[in-house]
Design a binder for this molecule. Structure first.
Ligand SMILES: Cc1ncc(COP(=O)(O)O)c(C=O)c1O
Length: 440
């Protein structure tokens, strides 16, 4: 019996969990002696490699001084320093930072800021728009904004209504909806729908969506929980479209992968809507660990690594290697949509009819509604087969349905990446041989 209920795990089908004793750089060291290459940065959080000494030292020093203090009515140096650094690294576009504990809470805070902004400015716009296939976390706000599908299907009757733009032609359908004048906010993952299958869209589209927001006075929320901190080749994905949103959600790479933390940054106009001599208009959001001193110290140390080490150079070379690998995989007849953006490389395994679980289709107006057909591609049976095969070869890759992707820590070497490519090839060959045997 499992004492621990693990996330995104079907315990009735899964293998026992692997116990990790320590980690260093790009590797996880298991109790059974295995050395596993972390090809997905431990769910996309690890930036500089595991246990970077700069962050270890900072957290140790902070732990001896102040570990935690209530963040209402109190503050501390690491939180102040972090806020300053975050405002600077986002080009001084934002004026305020709100801390929370995860990517999901960073999104909840952003949605509550946006809805509260309209309420407090006397024009209670209620509609939130998002992109179909997006993922914004597993809390109810995050699930509501996220694409409808297997992740939230059980809870669908409890989610609030969000208008979802179909992925193809999202600008055109947004233009029409925006003209109605009742949209409070557009929330999106800039350039990459990550958990939705590493689907990329162009910086031009992102720019157009931002322009529509500006034209119709709609708040833009950029969920950079995954894309932030260098993932797409620039520090933030929004930079590639030359835009900044009204609100940005950060987490994952914020502490370099050390401690759970979220940060939601907003412009002055959002903050000002709550800034009134009326206590009922304060921002009613907190969690016990808001502004945790250890997490802030880790995040400050991580940002100092960005300042003192050639992290961007590493990202550029990983990006070049990943781009180069596209050719190799594009030649395979059993994969399609080989794509790369910054440090991410992704490809889709072509499913046989028996393996495919149906694709989602949009309605005529380009919108997908709550009752739209489920997109349960995440459950494609090739995913656990490939996952097991990769682990057998000491590489941690966790396919999203039939999408295999690599999202490595920035300390990974070209040789290590080549090794991952070899194992992906081997896994695909193994899959093909299995299918052929079954067909024979
Ligand atoms: C874009 C995006 N937003 C929000 C989240 C939720 O973050 P967390 O798992 O830290 O709650 C994720 C997690 O993968 C994400 O990719």
């Amino acid at each position: 019996m499992d004492k621990i209920w693990h996330p995104f795990t079907q315990h009735a089908l899964s293998n026992p969990e692997i116990e990790i004793e320590r980690a260093d750089g790009a590797y996880l060291y298991a109790k059974d002696g295995r050395k596993i290459l972390d090809g997905i940065s431990s769910w996309w959080v690890n930036t500089h490699g595991h246990c970077h000494p700069g962050i270890v030292k900072a957290v140790q020093a902070q732990a001896g001084k102040l570990e935690q203090v209530i963040f209402a009515g109190f503050t501390h140096a690491p939180a102040e320093e972090l806020a300053e650094k975050l405002l600077r690294v986002t080009g001084n576009h934002f004026q305020h930072v709100f801390y929370s504990d995860s990517g999901s809470t960073a999104v909840e805070v952003a949605l509550k800021m946006a809805i509260g902004y309209w309420r407090h400015t006397g024009n209670p716009r209620k509609n939130v728009v998002a992109i179909e296939g997006g993922y914004h976390g597993d809390t109810f706000g995050g699930m509501s904004a996220g694409g409808r599908g297997v992740f939230s299907d059980v809870y669908k009757d409890f989610l609030f209504d969000v208008m979802h733009l179909s992925f193809d032609g999202m600008e055109q359908s947004f233009e029409k909806i925006a003209a109605r004048g009742d949209v409070a906010a557009l929330i999106l993952e800039p350039l990459v729908l990550a958990a939705g299958g590493m689907k990329f869209y162009s910086a031009e589209t992102l720019k157009k969506l931002s322009e529509i927001c500006k034209r119709h006075d709609i708040l833009l929320i950029a969920d950079e929980v995954m894309t932030g901190f260098g993932r797409t080749g620039t520090m933030f994905a929004c930079e590639q479209a030359n835009i900044w949103p009204d609100i940005i959600c950060l987490s994952k790479g914020l502490t370099g992968g050390f401690l759970p933390m979220g940060a939601t940054l907003c412009t002055g106009k959002i903050y000002d809507a709550f800034y009134q001599k009326d206590r009922s208009k304060m921002f009613f959001h907190s969690s016990s660990y808001t502004g945790n001193a250890l997490a802030c110290a880790a995040a400050v140390a991580s940002l100092k690594i960005w300042e003192s080490e050639p992290v961007m150079v590493g990202i550029a070379s990983i990006s070049a290697v990943q781009r180069g690998a596209m050719q190799r995989f594009s030649k395979r007849p059993d994969v399609e949509n080989v794509r790369s953006l910054g440090t991410i490389l992704a490809l889709d395994v072509i499913a046989t009819p028996a393996e495919s679980r149906g694709k989602q289709s949009s309605s005529k107006d380009g919108l997908l509604r709550r009752d739209a057909p489920r997109n349960d591609g995440y459950l494609a049976p090739v995913a656990p087969k490939l996952y097991d095969f990769f682990l057998l070869h000491n590489v941690l890759l966790r396919p999203l349905g039939n999408t295999v992707y690599i999202l490595p820590p920035y300390c990974i070497t070209e040789e290590e990446l080549e090794n991952v490519y070899d194992i992906i090839d081997l896994a695909l060959d193994h899959l093909r041989d299995g299918r052929e045997q079954q067909a024979a």
